[in-house]
Every structure is written in C-alpha cells, then in structure tokens.
Design a protein around this ligand. Structure first.
Ligand code: ZN
Length: 142
C-alpha cells in the first residue's frame, strides 16, 4: 500500500542501506510490484512505509533500481509538471536541474553511475527528495 500525505514516514530522513540482504532484494521486488500496480513511474521506499534509501524508476521500458542514490553533479534548470503516488490529488510545476549525475548501487551491490537529463532527471530528483522527507508540493512554483 502506498503511504499518503499525512503519514510521518514520508517526512523522515531515510537511512542508508548498509548491506544488500535478501530482505532488501524482497523490498525491491515489492516496490516494483507496487509501482506496476499503480501504473507509476517512480517510487521511493518511504512511500511503502520503509525508511531506507532505495528508489525505483520505470521509464521508457527501462527499470532503474538504485540503492543509496546520490546526486553528485547538476546543471541547468528545467520545469516540469509533477505528480506523486503519495499525493494522488496534487500536481504542479516544479523547477529542478536539467542534467544530473547519480551514483549508487544496484541490487547486486555493484557501484553504478547514471547520467541523465530532461524528464528522467526530473523523476530521479523527485524520488531522491523522498529519501530526505521532501515532497514535490514543497517545491511547487505554480
Ligand atoms: Zn513522489
């Protein structure tokens, strides 16, 4: 079940994952199932009540599962309309970086880096914000 606005877990700073155990792999599977059921494009672990730094993004037939994601480079500015599975009635324009580089780990514990831009970069920034207790409605400009 996806946690909604008044759930405190959405406002916590999520903990880094220390070790990729079977529990973590099961959590990733649960997140993927939830995302598919809800027809969403992105989900962060706090949205299903787990305060850990894990996100999943499904976009253009690609699935990204990232553990302990960190944005280490940004450039440019862009504005897209956003929504969120945790705030089903809300949407609005949010200003974010146009290009970002992310590092983190995949589900096998392998270090990964992703360079991305445009809408996909917007989604990643939205999901990583969830790990710091930030909702897109905090950043809406219109
Ligand atoms: Zn969201």
């Amino acid at each position: 079940m996806v946690r909604e606005l008044n759930d405190n877990v959405l406002r916590e700073i999520a903990e880094p994952v220390k070790e990729i155990t079977n529990e973590i792999k099961n959590l990733l599977n649960d997140m993927e199932e939830t995302l598919e059921k809800q027809n969403g494009i992105g989900l962060a672990a706090p949205q299903i009540g787990i305060s850990l730094r894990i996100i999943i993004v499904k976009y253009e037939n690609k699935t990204y599962k990232i553990i302990n994601p960190e944005i280490f480079f940004t450039s440019g500015i862009q504005i897209f309309s956003e929504g969120c599975l945790s705030l089903p009635k809300e949407n609005g324009l949010v200003r974010r970086a146009e290009k970002i580089r992310i590092k983190g780990y995949d589900e096998n514990g392998k270090a990964i880096k992703i360079n991305t831009q445009k809408f996909l970069a917007q989604i990643f920034q939205h999901e990583i914000d969830h790990l710091d207790g930030i909702l897109f409605t905090d950043k809406i400009i219109k």
